[in-house]
Ligand binder design. Structure first.
Ligand SMILES: Cc1ncc(COP(=O)(O)O)c(C=O)c1O
Length: 372
């Protein structure tokens, strides 16, 4: 008997095994004033000069952008002391993570990441036809020994968000170096440093030094967080020349738009704006941690611009109930069940008004007040 042909196109089975990424909610129905604290966006907005640069592009929308984003790469190189030839830009760092997975993973390979690691890692791993493998964390923090124990001959890429989203925890640079030292030379270590600018610990490093001194480390960064350009989709990576070459072969020829290029260059030049964002975070992150913990909600110490809150879980005090209550008050946080954290919510550090408002709303919730 001849094999029956399907009646419509059939995607690859590993594509259908992917749980599509669900972004943080952005609205709260029927609430007049909404504070979106669900996607780790900066409460300070973009630099005014980045906004002006974005607007300036409007007069020339008919032209393709510079496909190699040369001026932007040079501006990044100047700002971070790198070689522009070893930088690649992307349509958000998501784009770069996906390109790295497609360039280095194929069916039979494994992409390794940590238990509560960023959800894009299993998505891009599966999209490349490879198998996602999870290493247990210890105390909601990446564990180098667990990662090394899960590395097999099939492991081709290790993804490490440092600091990690949604936990806010980080690995000191000495631990990152220990991870690198324990991996075989053919494994690509991807250090996703999306929140690096917020970290003020002196034992932290984003990975630049490791990229510069090895052949198998790439660091990814984003303009979506501290630079406030999430809407423009702009990320970049710094890696060995051979990795940049491989990714350049498969990226979209114009994967970064002209508005993002101009706004990115202007944002890099406005150091005062990023300093303000760091100062704001340094003021409010400890304040929120202390105030929220005092309400009987467990707060994971974070080095990013967000906090992971664990609710007591008893009936009436679950994360789901807290989410519904906070939303009714106009505070939109991020449910993190998909990260294996069903009793938690993630909260971005917001404006003073948002932060004070969330604490007041959480106090009401913990006192047992409910949606009227
Ligand atoms: C750890 C981490 N990596 C990467 C990204 C993706 O950032 P983008 O694609 O906006 O550059 C995010 C966004 O939330 C993130 O939290």
């Amino acid at each position: 008997m001849s094999e029956q042909k399907p009646l419509r196109p059939v995607p690859r089975a590993d594509v259908m095994a992917i749980d599509a990424y669900v972004p943080g909610k952005s609205g709260a129905a029927g609430v007049a004033k909404v504070f979106k604290l669900s996607s780790n966006e900066t409460p300070l907005g973009a630099s005014p000069s980045a906004i002006a640069a974005f607007r300036s592009v409007a007069d020339h929308l008919e032209f393709y952008p510079d496909g190699s984003a040369s001026r932007l790469r040079e501006a990044i190189a100047r700002r971070y002391g790198l070689d522009a030839a070893q930088i690649i830009c992307g349509n958000g760092s998501d784009d770069i993570l996906s390109l790295l997975a497609h360039a280095y993973l194929q069916p039979g390979d494994e992409g390794l990441y940590t238990q509560h690691g960023f959800l894009e890692y299993p998505i891009v791993t599966r999209a490349a036809g490879a198998t996602p493998v999870v290493a247990a964390e210890t105390g909601l923090t990446a564990d180098v020994d667990q990662l090394l124990a899960k590395a097999t001959a099939r492991t081709k890429v290790v993804f490490l968000a440092n600091p990690n989203n949604p936990t806010g925890t980080y690995l000191p640079f000495a631990e990152v170096k220990r991870l690198h030292a324990g991996l075989p030379a053919h494994v690509l270590l991807v250090l996703d440093a999306a929140y690096a600018e917020y970290v003020t610990r002196n034992d932290y490093a984003s990975g630049i030094e490791l990229v510069a001194t090895s052949e198998n480390v790439v660091m990814t960064r984003t303009f979506s967080k501290i630079y406030g350009l999430a809407n423009l989709r702009l990320g970049w990576a710094y890696g060995p020349a051979h990795v940049i070459d491989a990714v350049n072969r498969i990226r979209g020829p114009f994967n970064v738009n002209g508005a993002a290029i101009e706004a990115g260059i202007a944002a890099l030049a406005d150091a005062g704006h990023t300093q303000k964002a760091v100062a704001h975070n340094d003021q409010w992150l400890p304040w929120l941690t202390k105030k929220i913990a005092a309400l009987g909600i467990e707060v994971t110490p974070s080095v990013g611009n967000f906090l992971l809150l664990r609710f007591p879980g008893a009936s009436g005090r679950t994360a789901g109930e807290a989410d519904a209550f906070l939303t009714s008050q106009g505070f939109v946080l991020r449910a993190v069940t998909a990260y294996g954290l069903p009793d938690c919510l993630r909260m971005t550090v917001g404006t003073a008004e948002a932060n004070e408002g969330v604490v007041a709303a959480l106090a009401k919730f913990m006192r047992g007040e409910r949606i009227a």
